[in-house]
Design a protein around this ligand. Sequence first.
Ligand code: FMN
Length: 366
Amino acid sequence: MTHSPRPPDLPHLNLLPPSRLKSLGVTFPFLVAPMVGISHVAFRELIRSYLPDSLHPLLFTEMLSTLRLPTESLENLPGPLTSVGESCFVPQLLGNDETHIAESIEKILPLHPWGFDINMGCPASHQLQHNWGVRLLGDMDYAGQVVAMTKKHSPRPVSVKLRAATGNTIDLNYLLEFTKRMEDSGADWITLHCRTQNQGHHGYAHWEWVGEVARARNIPIVGNGDIHNWEDAMTLLKTYHVDGAMIARAATARPWILWQIAFQLGCREKPKAKWETEPPWTPDEEGKEYFLAVLRFSCLLEKYFGDSDFALKKLQFFIAQGSRWLLFGHSFFHAVRKCKTLIEVRDFVNDYANKYPQPMAQRSRT
Ligand SMILES: Cc1cc2nc3c(=O)[nH]c(=O)nc-3n(C[C@H](O)[C@H](O)[C@H](O)COP(=O)(O)O)c2cc1C
């Protein structure tokens, strides 16, 4: 059964410029990024727990190695790749070999992914050894072939997520030529992380670069990088005229960010799991909700991964990312790091949240 979501009730959507993602059936142009160690099944369920019922944004999986996928069990990776009946998820593939890509797609298709994404942005050295990730960005013939072979085997839309540049400096002409090659090779849409390879995940993301790419291309172009809050996400669309905004680390601090965006666009439906009729807005409300989200997430991790050391590490990693938006996030994270079980974390968070309520900043310090 392919899930076909009803369109969300967003009366103010026309406050945003028209998005070409609509041609692919995507009516809410805000997405949540692939993040290794974060965007697994429990995280996607956390994000959905903060979503009005009619909202079905595209949520990416962690990057998945096409070398390993064909022989792995999708029910136990460890933990399942997806929840029962999950829809609107996009598996991100890492690879360059047609046989492995074809086998990986074939393996995942029965789970009804919305589409497939190709990673062309990972700068990790062990991935570069295989000539994939950001390496593909350095060779457009080769990258074009990877897109074409993925398209050949995928009945679902195929996207590419890339960085703005290898090395340290941007060559805008190369970026425009590269993205044209991706389009000509069959990519249905592209996400651009507006930082160079050397920037890693740090520093300012140059949204003007994705604006240039969006102007030049005929397929939807999504901007990513340095989106800290709902206003940043809207600005990216309104000012740079891209087709969508992909939120990454900010979703680990404010997993309700898509609810905030939907509310700003006029959606008055509330998430089933919440009794509040509005998302948290003020720094104090967000700070309070953060600790509730951590508790909720710890339960979801236990649901999918058991009361295991694996689940504990995932919780600690999630807190390492998101606590940067809290006033005293650093000391909170260091205390959580000392906990030895999920239950210990829960007890600690309950106590800490009561003793040290604290505001959440609009932007993180790093
Ligand atoms: C912990 C972590 C893991 C990531 N894993 C992936 C990944 O698997 N695939 C990918 O394309 N990008 C990955 N990224 C990059 C993010 O998708 C995103 O491009 C980046 O964090 C920039 O957005 P931000 O500044 O809003 O966080 C990762 C980033 C982080 C912080």
